[in-house]
Every structure is written in C-alpha cells, then in structure tokens.
Design a protein around this ligand. Structure first.
Ligand code: KIV
Ligand code: NA
Length: 279
C-alpha cells in the first residue's frame, strides 16, 4: 500500500468509501494498526487514561504526547498519522496553538494534529491550517472539557444542542479542517451534519451515517480487565487481555514447574569446552 495522504482521504470521501481510523499509543499498537490497513492512525490523548492510567486526559503534557506520537510515527508507515494536542497546549491563543502544533509535527513526526472544539476554535484552526499543518477537528463530546460538560455525556440530544453542533461543524470546516471527529451524538444528528459538509466526518458513538469511524484500540481489542466500564458505542472485537493472561499464567506455571526453558530455548557449548570449564 502507498502512504495515505490528504489526497487519498479526499478520494475515499468522494467515493463514499468509509474512512477507517484507529488509535495507537506506542510502537506495537501503531505497527498493528498500520499493518491492519487503517487509513488514519490517531495518537489520541485518551492514551493518558488507557495506556498511562491517568485519571483523565487533562493530566497529560505536550512533551508526553510528543513522545507517544514519535513512537507511533516510527511504526505507522502507510496510515496518515495524527496526534492530539493535549489540554492546555492550544486554548490560550492561536499563536500558542500553532507553536504546539509545530512541535507535534516536528518532534512527534506525525502528519497532522487534532484539537477539540467548535466555533470558538475556528480562528485557532485557521492559524494552524494556514501554516500548512492539517487539522482534524473534534466536536460533539469533547472529553478535555468533561468538567464543563458535566462528565462524558451524549451531546446534541435537543434541537438547540444539535443545531449548535451543526454550527460548530460548519465553522471548523470553514476554518480549514480536512475532516472532523464527531463524538457521542445521536446517529441522525451526525448523519445530517455529514450530509451538510463537504469534508469527511469520523464518528465515534455517532452512528453509521458518518464518513468514517474511529475507536480506541485498547477498548476495541479488549485489552483491559473483565468488568471495566466501556462506553455503549464500543464493540469489543478481541480479547487481548484474555490472551495475555493465558500466556503469562502459562509462563508462570512453566517456570514454577521447570518446564520452561526447555533444551530448545538454551545455547549449546561443545563437550570439549565444557569439560575444560568444569575441570
Ligand atoms: O483521544 C482519543 O482517542 C480520541 C478519539 C477517540 C477520537 O480523541
Ligand atoms: Na482525544
């Protein structure tokens, strides 16, 4: 496969072929997403919670996001790779946002950035896209603002709420976003917004009428202990936790019973050398 570019994404959108997006947070998770043929690999700041165990995404620093972007970018050879601007790295001014975006591109080695927000972020998005950095928007539920939103709640459930998200979508399209994530919005609302836009929408908890879909890799591969809460929209396609448990428990048992390492896992020494050594 050839490297996915904005041109590739535009052509997929034109053909109404769904755009596949998967998050990644390090070299192996980036590698597998890229090999599985994802169009976009997103280094989402959800990694703060799912990969670093932080309470919420507000804790992660720009420097830390850059490190994760760089490790994913080394593995993501084909997918268009996008890094999230973390909370605090872009809200102060368009200049601050551009500075952070440039760092994520130069040091994180990804091809584009994502930031959360609608109309109020339009001038910031314009500043970054004008500098030649592709911006993926993110509207609807914006997790970095969870405290202001009163938690992780579905957005656009009222006619005025839905209208406000449509205005956000139009504003950030106008500001030059190449696509936008729509998170946790009723399917009908996301589908209508998608119809009204000329750029692709990437849904998460936003139904099947979007131009593409994104999921958090650790959620969808089932790489978490049984009983952990996962949002309604997540489909668990795998059981990575179960497979890792099986492997590590078997290893534990084989070490305890001295079944591992077996002769085939050891290095030989010639009998002559051994004899001299043991003398
Ligand atoms: O941080 C993240 O993983 C995201 C996606 C879920 C869109 O923003
Ligand atoms: Na995010």
């Amino acid at each position: 496969r050839k490297k996915v570019t904005l041109g590739t994404l535009r052509s997929l959108h034109r053909k109404r072929e769904p755009i596949t997006v998967m998050t990644a947070h390090d070299f192996p998770s980036g590698h597998v997403a890229d090999h599985a043929g994802m169009d976009i690999v997103l280094v989402g700041d959800s990694l703060a919670m799912v990969a670093l165990g932080m309470e919420d995404t507000s804790e992660i620093l720009l420097e830390e996001m850059i490190l994760h972007c760089r490790s994913v970018a080394r593995a993501s050879k084909t997918a268009f790779t996008v890094g999230d601007l973390p909370m605090g790295s872009y809200e102060i001014s368009p200049e601050q946002a551009l500075g952070s975006a440039i760092r994520v591109i130069k040091e994180g080695r990804v091809q584009g950035i994502k930031l959360e927000g609608g109309k109020e972020m339009a001038s910031t998005i314009r500043k970054i896209t004008t500098a030649g950095i592709p911006v993926l928007g993110h509207i609807g539920l914006t997790p970095q603002r969870q405290n202001a939103l009163g938690g992780f709640r579905v957005q656009g459930k009222t006619s005025s709420g839905a209208l406000s998200i449509l205005e956000d979508a139009l504003a950030i399209q106008e500001a030059g976003c190449f696509a936008m994530v729509i998170e946790a919005v009723p399917a009908e609302v996301a589908a209508l917004i998608t119809e009204k836009l000329s750029i692709p929408t990437i849904g998460i908890g936003a139904g099947n009428g979007c131009s593409g879909q994104v999921l958090v890799q650790i959620d969808m591969t089932g790489n978490f202990p049984p009983g952990r809460f996962i949002p309604k929209f997540v489909k668990k396609y795998g059981d990575v936790w179960g497979e890792s448990m099986r492997a590590i428990e078997t290893y534990r048992d084989e070490v305890k019973s001295r079944q591992y390492p077996a002769p085939e896992h050891t290095y030989p020494i010639s009998s002559e050398e051994l004899e001299t050594f043991t003398k």
